[in-house]
Design a binder for this molecule. Sequence first.
Ligand code: FAD
Length: 510
Amino acid sequence: MPVAERAKQPPSSPSRLLLPPEAYRQAVDQADLAISITDAKANILFANEAFARVTGYTPEEIIGQNESVLSNHTTPDSLYKAMWAELSAQRPWSGKLLNRKKSGDLYLAELTISPVVDAAGKTTHFLGMHRDITELHRLERVVRNQKKLIESVIDSAPMAFALLDQNGRVILDNQEYKKLVSDLHVKEPAHTLLDSLLPNWAEALAQSPEQCAFANREARIDRATGRPRWLSVSASLIDIHSDCADSYFCAVGQPGLLLAISDVTSLREEQEKARAAALQAVLADEERTAAIREGLSAAIFRLEEPMNVMASAVSVLQRRDPASAGVLQQALAASREHMESLRQVIPQSPQEIVVRVNLNEILRDVLEICTPRLLGAGVTVDWQPAATLPPLLGRPLQLRMLFKALVDNAIEAMNIKGWKRRELSLTSAVRHDCIVISVFDSGPGIPEEWRHKAFEPFFTAKNGSGKHIGTGLSRAQQVVADHGGIIDLDESPSGGCAAIVEFRLDGDPI
Ligand code: FAD
């Protein structure tokens, strides 16, 4: 109720009637809060015992003086103006002022002034109540300074920090973390990293947070532009104390997850370079072996045809000229034997063990290995990886061969004399429990009627011939099938060929 309205109420309510006026005076006098009552011009008419304790002035010394005697004259004038504006409008005012005691010592006063309004609506007095909050203010400053100190320490740390509450919200971070947000172009890098390192982290953090702690796990973040980033992450649980009123008497902590993230990209890049060189050698070796295997297979495939003709000739001759048929039969048997020996020497690819692979890593390796060819053919590459991919159980070398074959096919398709548009687009994504890899080129594409045939061994769509000469896509299909996936050919958005490979995340490689 506004002060003026309250002033119009009947002076004696039932409770007031029971309280003797002396009790009023004693209560105010003995209250542990510096209380003063002034006239309308702030001249002090009454000051209690606590006022004397806080200011050092006895009631005899202070009565008759203006409240301004307490002013240190360093409180901004604007504050007094605002204070008096409120009081003139008969509204109470609260704030902090710098006061000077009788001894000359300064103290910070937290003051509340209430206008006292008479029945006619006129301000007759002011009631002032204040306490010395110098010590409280000092402690607040200590806490604030400590907080600033901690903030500047974590801000100057060369690693990123993010503190997540139990709902997964980032409630504290540092400058390095903010840099990650802009560098990685993701909304919340902490979530992206946890998605990659601990796929069920959100559930675990809410229900059994102890499962979320780990040390030095590495995550690779792929970006459409720029190099991939390698981040080493440690997650530890810390207690976050609630600042809600209901936790005042029973300070129960809530678990929070502190992520410490350091960039290990340069170290990994060095390792990657060495690995890529070794990989290139292994792939070249495997390709040579595959070329021998394909060459021999093609030779055997082609030899089958004349031998089949010979076999029919034997059956025709057997009735008319058994002697010649016998000679031919022997020649045929000898050829079959040689062919079998040839089949025996076809080199087999070494059996690889199944490990957890990151397809983004495989694709980037392939792009790196194919870079000289891509540059040579003037092909521009648009690489759109999923920021993180769940691991796939597979054979890394086979998978690299698979995607290298698809990229090689795309380069070859566009590397035609006079062909202007030379764009290769590579994307990885997770869709409905599947990892989907798309390889789009802007070449002439494969006509629809040939698409199903393209997976047959020795088929080529080059020069529009439709003749069988290579085993690239058939081998690719075999690798995909061995990994429990499917491969499909379609038309790319630019009218070229689109090779789409899908691997089920729960797929079991043969
Ligand atoms: P002042 O000459 O007092 O004036 C400062 C500004 O306030 C000017 O803009 C002036 O126009 C305005 N003003 C002053 N008096 C009035 C008025 N009666 N009506 C409207 N506007 C006015 N000050 C402290 O520094 N410490 C205290 O602990 C403190 N306690 C107070 C307790 C009460 C109950 C009241 C009513 C006031 C209190 N004040 C206190 C305020 C004090 O009265 C002075 O206004 C203040 O100290 C500034 O003093 P000054 O001499 O620098 O300027």
